[in-house]
Design a protein around this ligand. Structure first.
Ligand SMILES: NC(=O)c1ccc[n+]([C@@H]2O[C@H](COP(=O)([O-])OP(=O)(O)OC[C@H]3O[C@@H](n4cnc5c(N)ncnc54)[C@H](OP(=O)(O)O)[C@@H]3O)[C@@H](O)[C@H]2O)c1
Length: 335
């Protein structure tokens, strides 16, 4: 058992507006006993993801919404402190849908053991975790960038976007990243080695795309939707491809996100547009790790993490990701 009082963050109800500030409750409920086939985990890090906005929206989606009163859903990583499971031992590092809580009792089949020598466990929530796999499969499997093509990536300095952009660059494409603010744009050029960066907060995104993509756009990796997607659609080349990874600009009203008004460009330019979630690729995670781990160790790809400390800061961290205040994969360090 644990000597510390467990802490949970619960969703009291679905947010009535785009602002989710008032829905979070802190509880200190005791843990249930560990049964056969289960383990008790002390969580060390929680992943803060834009997709959480969908999980607290009462609408049919790729996963059921969090139930009012329930512990907020999240990926986490931590250490097993008690085990009644044959495949997992005390001291093992595990990841899975742990929820936003300091401790939890889980069935062993709902956890995945992590542990690659020289790799800190929380890395399996960032570049070597779901966001890394998302950038990897979205770009390699769906986008399939080719040498000489022009590839545009939005939210390019973020967790998923930075991986996707670097993969396109390694494939020999000319890569243009879109991000908010001069710091993030400098990071795209100076650290990630992209060919151009567009600060969408500076104004005319269409003019900036026109100036930075003189040969048009062959492939767009979309993380944001909204006005940026509309502007990109107008400059797509014939038979261009759009990978729809996310639409964070529309998450304030997740249940009725607006589509682009110039949608007919998909017809007139024979575009293909394909969405996905990581659910489609869970069976191929080892393949992503086989590529990502050596690429990261050999510094062929980079990623950065933005760590907020303390479970009580979950509401702040949740808001940060929608305000663009995170610089890299946003993680909540517990304890
Ligand atoms: N399909 C999947 O399976 C899957 C899995 C994981 C994530 N995703 C999606 O991938 C996208 C990126 O997620 P992430 O985890 O990598 O987060 P992230 O990029 O690390 O952080 C989100 C970033 O989005 C940008 N942003 C926020 N509001 C915006 C707006 N109104 N317009 C334009 N940009 C805005 C901000 O960067 P700026 O400062 O640059 O604006 C913010 O830092 C999200 O859409 C997410 O839902 C999809």
């Amino acid at each position: 058992m644990t000597d510390k009082k467990p802490v949970q963050i619960r969703m009291s109800d679905y947010p009535a507006t785009g602002n989710a500030r008032d829905i979070w409750r802190v509880t200190h409920d005791s843990l249930r006993p560990v049964e056969d086939g289960e383990v008790l985990v002390r969580l060390d890090y929680i992943s803060i993801d834009p997709g959480m906005r969908g999980w607290i929206t009462n609408k049919r989606s790729y996963m059921p919404p969090v139930k009012p009163g329930g512990v907020m859903r999240a990926f986490g990583v931590g250490e097993i402190v008690e085990s009644r499971a044959t495949g997992l031992a005390v001291g093992d590092q595990v990841t899975g849908f742990t929820g936003v809580q300091t401790h939890g009792v889980f069935k062993q089949e709902n956890l995945r053991k992590v542990g690659i020598p020289g790799v800190p466990p929380h890395t399996f929530l960032s570049g070597l975790g779901m966001t890394g796999y998302t950038g990897y499969f979205g770009m390699t499997d769906i986008g399939q960038p080719k040498e000489g093509e022009t590839v545009v990536v939005s939210a390019a300095s973020g967790a998923v976007g930075s991986i996707a952009a670097q993969i396109a660059k390694l494939a020999g494409a000319r890569v243009v990243g879109i991000a908010g603010g001069p710091d993030k744009c400098s990071y795209l050029i100076d650290e990630l080695g992209l060919d151009a960066a567009i600060d969408y907060k500076k104004g005319d995104i269409s003019a900036a795309l026109n100036a930075n993509c003189p040969d048009g756009i062959d492939l767009y990796f979309d993380n944001v939707g909204g006005d940026i997607l509309s502007a990109v659609l107008n400059q797509m080349n014939y038979q261009g491809r759009i990978v729809v990874c996310g639409g964070i600009s529309q998450y304030g009203d997740f249940a009725s996100a607006a589509g682009p008004a110039n949608f007919m460009t998909v017809v007139t330019h024979s575009l293909s547009m394909r969405g996905f979630t990581m659910r489609d690729y869970m069976h191929r995670v080892p393949e992503a790790l086989d590529w990502l781990v050596p690429a990261w160790k050999e510094r062929r790809i980079k990623f950065r993490e933005h760590i907020v400390e303390g479970i009580e800061n979950f509401p702040n961290a949740f808001d940060m990701i929608f305000d663009g205040k995170n610089h890299g994969k946003l993680l909540l360090k517990l304890g």
